[in-house]
Design a binder for this molecule. Structure first.
Ligand SMILES: [Zn+2]
Length: 88
C-alpha cells in the first residue's frame, strides 16, 4: 500500500507547528490512527480514481509490471467496456 495522503498532509501541518520533520510527524500520526485507519479514498487523496474506486498509484504499479503486450489487442467494445479488466 502506498502512503496515506491525508496523514501526510496532516503531518505537514504538524511539522510546521512543531518544528519537527514531516516524516517523523507522519509516523506519529499513523500510530495515533492505527485503530481508526483512514479510508482508501482518504489515503489516496489526489491519487484517488473515482471511476475505478482505487488508488491509481497501485494501478500504475500493476500496469508497469505486466500488461504491455495486451494494449493493442481489443478489436471491438472499447467504448462501453473499458472499466472491466480483461484478465483476473
Ligand atoms: Zn491516513
Amino acid at each position: 500500500m502506498a502512503g496515506c495522503e491525508r496523514c501526510w498532509g496532516d503531518a505537514f501541518s504538524r511539522s510546521y507547528g512543531t518544528g519537527r520533520s514531516q516524516a517523523e510527524c507522519y509516523q506519529e500520526i499513523l500510530l495515533e490512527r492505527k485503530d481508526t485507519p483512514c479510508s482508501p479514498r482518504d489515503q489516496a487523496g489526489q491519487f484517488w480514481d473515482e471511476e475505478n474506486q482505487c488508488d491509481i498509484r497501485d494501478g500504475r504499479r500493476k500496469e508497469n509490471s505486466g500488461v504491455a503486450a495486451n494494449s493493442q489487442t481489443t478489436p471491438q467494445g472499447q467504448n462501453a467496456q473499458s472499466s472491466t479488466s480483461p484478465v483476473a
